[in-house]
Write a protein that binds this ligand. Sequence first.
Ligand code: EPU
Length: 343
Amino acid sequence: MLERHGVPFAALTTLRVGGEADRLIEVPTRDELVELVRELDREPYVLLGGGSNLVVSDGGVSAPVIAVRTAGVTVSRDADEVLLDVAAGEPWDALVERCVDEGWAGVEALSGIPGSVGATPIQNVGAYGQDVGAVVSGVEVFDRAAASVRTLSPAGCDFGYRTSIFKAEPGRFVVLSVQFRLAVTDEGAGVRYDELARRLEVAIGDAAPLADVRGAVLDLRRAKGMVLADQDHDTWSAGSFFMNPLLAAGEVPSGAPRWPQPDGRVKTSAAWLIEQAGFHKGFGADLGTGRATLSTKHALAITNRGGATTDDIVLLARTVRAGVLDQFGVTLDAEPTLVGVHL
Ligand code: EPU
């Protein structure tokens, strides 16, 4: 294990803001990770994966910060499926790329998402008609409540839209590895998101080759500033900053996009609400220091234009949230994990 002191979160997160980690512990193996969290017992700590969905206050973190740097992918074949057992620290997009190359379907629409494999079940990462919860067959965790290692079944993970038991009970679980069950296919994957279907020139539900789906998703994400690129400030973000609200059917503002859910509620677009409340893409240049603005490519991403602080990000987030509440009576909830930050 490598221990470093006084490491700025600006160097550890894709939003590139936040004070220092007083004590950063980089853990290279699963056994050392288990040993460390056992030792820390009830002491608070912060877990760090890829740093792509994390907003830390300018005051930093005095509790230990554990950077999960574990590696390893084990593959076993089961009839026309593969079972993958993947260490939490593996980079997510490299795994997706491999699945596409090998002809394993189920995660290709999740191409270009930053961060680590262990972070994906936490918020049930989803994009372009797929979510990770649909292909997770188990999550191996250290459960602090029981002080033991166990494997949660998919039902035990309680996946929902951008949520899971891991998000519902923060601090209880440390994800050690994730198991996936994917279909082996020559046919490709059924396309379930309008914008993606249009791009691929197929009908919703039709199959497209996995490599084409990956290519199209990467193109769409790049156009929205959602693929990391050092020189492009629109990508200095934590992805979508707010979740899409789930509302009772009668509460959806007229003209807003409507995506009916199985439970009867209707999901609408946070980006649409934000723009209609007067916060256009790029908004924020005249607010506070002007160093935090909405992305110029997508109204849902809050971005660091260089030199922003967490306070700059929070001022913008609060302004947008208050404007949407005022205009539509809808409260937007933050999507990234907030540490020492309150909106
Ligand atoms: N829209 C706007 N303004 C914008 C962007 C979008 O009004 O600047 C409206 C449009 O009406 C558009 C609709 O919002 O049709 C949906 O936009 P988009 O397809 O970009 O999806 P999203 O709802 O904004 C969600 C996820 C993304 C995921 C995309 C694609 C959430 C919070 N965000 O965004 O995930 O990549 O769908 O599936 O669910 C993330 O969670 O960090 C993330 C990037």
